[in-house]
Design a protein. Structure first.
Length: 318
């Protein structure tokens, strides 16, 4: 059953009418093809109109859609011979961060990503995509491994942020995130990061300080969630729509601010309506971004990447 967001209610009503008419046809042999076609055309036009003028808060809702393709969807659709690698070799394995070796369009790659899960059981297993320190230390280990064997890194970011629990803080959450960012910046190999849903706070940038940063059209990337920002600024989480507007968290805003490099267009109605098509479009965008990087040596890649992020601070983007 398709999940509809609040602003999609008129679309849901039309699609409900279409489904009811189809059931009528199946049950009684009545030909309602003309009416179904008319309603489908109306629904598509309404869908296009709705998604052409999404507010930042509505984009945040789309970025969190439960049916949106997750990290493992991209791994399954784009990475051949994927071999998961687990553990930080110090404390434990963190299922919120996926990592492993595979092949992308003929090239060996190291894959990293935050996985939210697709149902209750998998969401609990992956801690809703909120990594603990051992997750970021696993990412550091795998980035070091990629650097040692000269393997490009691909990351897929989809997290509300790092896990904020007391036990995570006790095990050095802030230090683990900082070291992961340092590992991103130091890696002497091509690195392409893609924000596929939510890019929340340091928990996202820990896997996204890359040579090229891509964002799906309806994904978001911000220093804090709209609800968290509203709770701090206005002492009221209900002000989240206003916070989303102020944070400039949409892909279009971030490209304009030179904080990300390019936007990957989503199918009409969002990635959740055509997951397989979205995965392939992201694969094409990653390949386009990765190819020029493969010709550069490690010292050049590292110097350019570090300069890229220093320039953000000089220009006032950060």
């Amino acid at each position: 059953m398709r999940h509809f967001l609040d602003f999609e209610k008129p679309i849901a009503e039309l699609e409900g009418q279409i489904e009811e008419l189809r059931r009528t046809t199946d049950a009684g042999g009545i030909d309602v093809a003309e009416e179904v076609g008319r309603l489908q055309d109306k629904a598509e036009k309404l869908l296009a109109a709705s998604y052409a003028k999404l507010t930042p808060w509505q984009k945040a809702q789309v970025a969190r859609h439960p049916d949106r393709p997750k990290c493992l969807s991209y791994v399954a659709g784009l990475i051949e011979e994927f071999t998961p690698l687990a553990g930080d070799r110090a404390f434990a394995d963190d299922a919120a961060i996926i990592g492993g070796l595979g092949r992308f369009r003929g090239h060996s790659v190291m894959v990293l990503g935050t996985e939210k899960g697709t149902d209750t059981e998998s969401r609990v297993k992956h801690n809703f995509g909120m990594a603990r320190p051992e997750g970021y230390r696993k990412a550091q280990r795998l980035m070091t491994l990629a650097s040692r064997f000269n393997i490009p890194i691909l990351s897929f970011v989809d997290t509300a942020g790092a896990f904020p629990g007391i036990e995570a803080e006790a095990r050095g959450q802030a230090e683990a995130i900082a070291r992961s960012i340092e590992s991103c910046l130091d890696a002497p190999v091509p690195f392409v990061a893609t924000v596929i849903g939510e890019g929340g706070s340091g928990g996202a940038i820990a896997l996204a300080a890359a040579d090229r940063i891509l964002m799906l059209e309806h994904s978001i990337y911000s220093v804090i969630s709209p609800e968290g920002g509203a709770s701090i600024l206005w002492r009221d989480a209900a002000q989240a729509p206003q916070a989303a507007e102020a944070f400039r968290l949409t892909a279009e805003d971030l490209v304009r601010l030179n904080l990300v490099d390019s936007v990957v267009a989503e199918p009409l109605g969002g990635a959740h309506r055509a997951p397989e098509q979205t995965v392939q479009k992201v694969g094409d965008a990653i390949w386009e971004a990765l190819q020029p990087l493969l010709a550069l040596d490690g010292a050049t890649l590292r110097a350019r990447r570090q300069e890229k992020f220093l320039e953000m601070t000089r220009s006032g983007s950060l």
